[in-house]
Design a protein around this ligand. Sequence first.
Ligand code: NAD
Ligand code: UDX
Length: 465
Amino acid sequence: MKIKKICCIGAGYVGGPTMAVIAQKCPDVYVTVVDINETRIKAWNDEDLNNLPVYEPGLDKVVAEARGRNLRFCTNVEGAIQEADMIFISVNTPTKTYGEGKGQAADLKWIELCARQIAAAAESDKIVVEKSTLPVRTAEAIRDILENTGNGTKFQILSNPEFLAEGTAIEDLMAPDRVLIGGDTSTEEGLEAMEALVEIYNSWVPREKILTTNVWSSELSKLTANAFLAQRVSSINALSELCENTEANINEVSRAIGTDSRIGNKFLKASVGFGGSCFQKDILNLVYICRTYGLKDVADYWEQVIKMNDHQKGRFAKNIIKSLYNTVSGKKIAFLGWAFKKDTNDTRESAAIYVADHLLSEDAKITVFDPKVREEQMYADIDYLNTRNKVDNRKLMKSEPCPYEACKGAHAIAVLTEWDEFVDYDWQKIYDNMLKPAQVFDGRSILDKEKLKDIGFRVYTIGTA
Ligand code: NAD
Ligand code: UDX
């Protein structure tokens, strides 16, 4: 079966870049990305590629090549479903904020809505692909909805989780370590549907990197991959605290263990804590699933990864307060970075938000500089926590478009994101304009500690004494 038309529901951080790359690599496949968010779709169609709603290095070039040729962004969900042979569901699956499973389970209401929309609109057989990260066995619920609310057309459901990381999305999509496709391996129609998706990816991904499994293994592999990655960060962060107490250096420890080929050197960078829309949400979901199956010890094991991450963010904030003579009230603290990692404008679950919230509760005055995050987003993030009212948040915190201005007159600087440009700043100039003793809290271990100390700074680097 040859796929001619693809529809993707959800034009977010995953749907947008993923479909742009499919369209670029498969010029004979017509790809329509739909979203109910009109502003987002408008931004995807903006002539000025600097205004795309997602910032990813290289994305602008891919969109420029495919948009208007075989890539389209629009809000006509129904029409796009009708004409497609294959429909990707790439909508948000955040942690539930209400009812049963509040704070842990994935909220699947947008997934269910998509399934109902597909069932209602479809007038011919479709392959439905789960691109969103979902709890294991969600395909069962999707099948039930499609079969019971549809117009008698047939559906094949595939799971094709996305492993891209933000900031390197285009690189990851162009040359993935693997592509995972789960489907109904027990029927001919199921195998045929899997092959149709394999063929799409095989336009640029070598066949041996495309793994096929049953649906449940594919669904669970996504949660497992994120749990393993986050666990490595929490493990190294746990040891960073021990390093600070023993004169061992976490960067040296990382290098020493990372050269063991069984351990590997990736995801061993100590930090102020992991953020991003996936790690916390997916582990909480894993914990919830384990609990629903009565697997208490398994759930407790994975929950510890989140507890350690919360501890790391909290102790970074507490350390700033302690070093500033146990009070930050009325003191200016400059934040370098608000995004959850470099090279993205995404701030979801960023450690910076939680560190800021902790310090604002101590009446600190925070000035934030981030090369890609807008002030409205910073306020939206801090308001969302509901710790204090909006007026107070705006009184205590502001964004500053110039890093040197952000640091001027500050008692301390906290590095929350590892943007490359921070390393090359004129640190002498920054020092000269700060209150003394000038302190730097490097939550990403990117700055040259010795150089800063020579200038006169007091420097705290995560994981070093
Ligand atoms: P996002 O919030 O950026 O985008 C989701 C989009 O879906 C939104 O624009 C929303 O308006 C739209 N939407 C929701 N319901 C809709 C409907 N019924 N019809 C049309 N549009 C609808 O989310 P994201 O970061 O792209 O993540 C999407 C999924 O991919 C999630 O399950 C996430 O866990 C998973 N994922 C994310 C990443 C990542 O790096 N962000 C990586 C891998 C997997
Ligand atoms: C993650 C997964 O890597 C990706 O495969 C999945 O599809 C989505 O979730 P993402 O959250 O975009 O991707 O970025 P990632 O590079 O994994 O970083 C997550 C967080 O961990 C960031 O806050 C990052 O700064 C932090 N991190 C990562 C560390 O603190 N140390 C590390 O060594 C690696």
